[in-house]
Ligand binder design. Structure first.
Ligand SMILES: Cc1cc2nc3c(=O)[nH]c(=O)nc-3n(C[C@H](O)[C@H](O)[C@H](O)COP(=O)(O)OP(=O)(O)OC[C@H]3O[C@@H](n4cnc5c(N)ncnc54)[C@H](O)[C@@H]3O)c2cc1C
Ligand code: FES
Length: 279
């Protein structure tokens, strides 16, 4: 049975700062008491404010950026009580911080261009995924022209920290439902248009994170084109360490996890090959 990662620990951290980001998001930078080793993109922490108004169950967040001083930054969409408490934390606030958790993105084959398809706050794991691909720090080094981020949202304010993604120097294509920025339409239509226009090679690796219907659509497109695809899931989580079964999902009997009928997003994922799971 999968277990929590050996480098995970529960400890306190303090807030270094919170900056607004986009229409309803924040960038939360924290410093855990003990710094983590360099983290693979796609891993996550469970965070809980010690504020009395915050829920007692910590909430999961992908690592957005990791800094040399040991601090870690999260890109957070304010949704309910847990995220509201974190977003309202002044510098110095103590947090409970459990992690690093999860597997992160695998080492991809070299020489296959990667297309990341993000919806809204689903962009969070891709900042470090792009940085690490450019550096070759967790797998093969990839040239900037072989990395594309298609980043969609309802409107401009839901494309969180878009400028920062653009500054990474890879191809970033924005798409909005209302046409306020970039392509007028959804990420899948934007992706198809790139293929139709010959702007993307036919063989790419697809990585996706965002609302479930979007990820499912990307996974279906990948299956139709016989492309490899990975999803970074944002399921509900209670414990983050494999105990509560709050994050269970159905595996595909013919896939690499098929020996078990269910997998747990927290310890088996949150990154899965779409050949492994059912939506
Ligand atoms: C591995 C992982 C990584 C994540 N990374 C990020 C991240 O980087 N940034 C970020 O902003 N969020 C991320 N999330 C989602 C985040 O954990 C939830 O938004 C958060 O738990 C909401 O807590 P809350 O107390 O504010 O809201 P709640 O009161 O728990 O929920 C508020 C509303 O949002 C809905 N909701 C809550 N969680 C989810 C969910 N996972 N999927 C769909 N609807 C949901 C609820 O049904 C409710 O309607 C991640 C989730 C996982 C599992
Ligand atoms: S969140 Fe508890 S088992 Fe995965």
């Amino acid at each position: 049975m999968p277990a929590p990662p050996i480098d995970a620990r529960s400890q306190n951290a303090h807030v270094l700062g919170v900056e607004p980001c986009g229409e309803d998001g924040v960038l939360l930078r924290i410093k855990p008491l003990e710094p983590a080793d360099p983290l693979r993109a796609g891993r996550f922490f469970m965070l809980r404010s010690l504020d009395d108004t915050a829920p007692s169950i910590p909430r999961p967040f992908s690592v957005y950026r990791q800094y040399d001083d040991g601090s870690i930054e999260f890109l957070i969409k304010v949704m309910g009580p847990g995220t509201r408490a974190l977003a309202g934390s002044p510098p110095g606030t103590e947090l409970v911080c459990v992690g690093p958790l999860g597997n992160g993105f695998p080492e991809f084959e070299a020489d296959v261009p990667r297309v990341m398809v993000a919806g809204g706050i689903g962009s969070a794991p891709f900042y470090m995924a792009i940085q690490q691909a450019l550096e070759g720090s967790h797998g093969a080094k990839v040239e900037p022209e072989d990395l594309t981020l298609i980043y969609g949202g309802r409107q401009a304010g839901f494309l969180y920290d878009l400028e920062a993604f653009m500054e990474l120097g890879v191809r970033v294509l924005a798409a909005t439902d209302d046409g306020s920025v970039g392509f007028h339409g959804n990420v899948l239509d934007c992706l198809r248009k790139q293929w139709d226009a010959g702007n993307l090679p036919e063989t790419v690796h697809l990585l996706t994170c965002g609302p479930e219907p979007m990820m499912e659509a990307v996974a279906h497109e990948a299956a139709a084109k016989n492309l490899k695809c990975w999803v970074s899931l944002e399921t509900y989580m209670g414990c983050g360490v494999g105990i509560c079964n709050g994050c269970s999902l159905v595996t595909r009997p013919d896939g690499p996890l098929g020996a078990w009928p269910v997998a747990k997003a927290c310890v088996d994922g949150p990154v899965f090959s779409t050949s492994a799971i059912e939506f």
